[in-house]
Ligand binder design. Structure first.
Ligand code: ZN
Length: 100
């Protein structure tokens, strides 16, 4: 997903429809299928919550920037989280970065 402000800025600067399409296609190409992304996240993070450090589980793979806010299915935007952190963060509004 692309920030609409990016499109507005591109149009304001004279971007052609072909240039806009290229941006959309590049964003789509970065997306990783969820089943594969889950495996990659566990391989990178192990069985430990990226938010609280809990190692007990059960674990879920969490979007750091939620999909509804434009977060992408990329490894940079997911982390392993325990269920309580993943559930509770749905109500958080402040932007966060799970991993240093
Ligand atoms: Zn946690």
């Amino acid at each position: 997903m692309i920030d609409p402000a990016v499109f507005r800025a591109m149009v304001a600067n004279g971007a052609t429809p072909e240039m806009l399409l290229a941006v959309v296609e590049a964003a789509a190409a970065r997306q990783i299928p969820w089943a594969k992304l889950r495996i990659m996240a566990f391989e990178r993070d192990g069985e430990r919550c990226a938010y609280c450090g809990d190692g007990d589980g059960p674990f879920e793979v969490d979007h750091i920037i939620p999909r509804i806010r434009g977060g992408e299915n990329t490894l940079d935007n997911v982390c392993v989280a325990c269920r309580s952190c993943n559930r509770s963060k749905r109500h958080w509004d402040a932007p966060r970065k799970a991993r240093a």
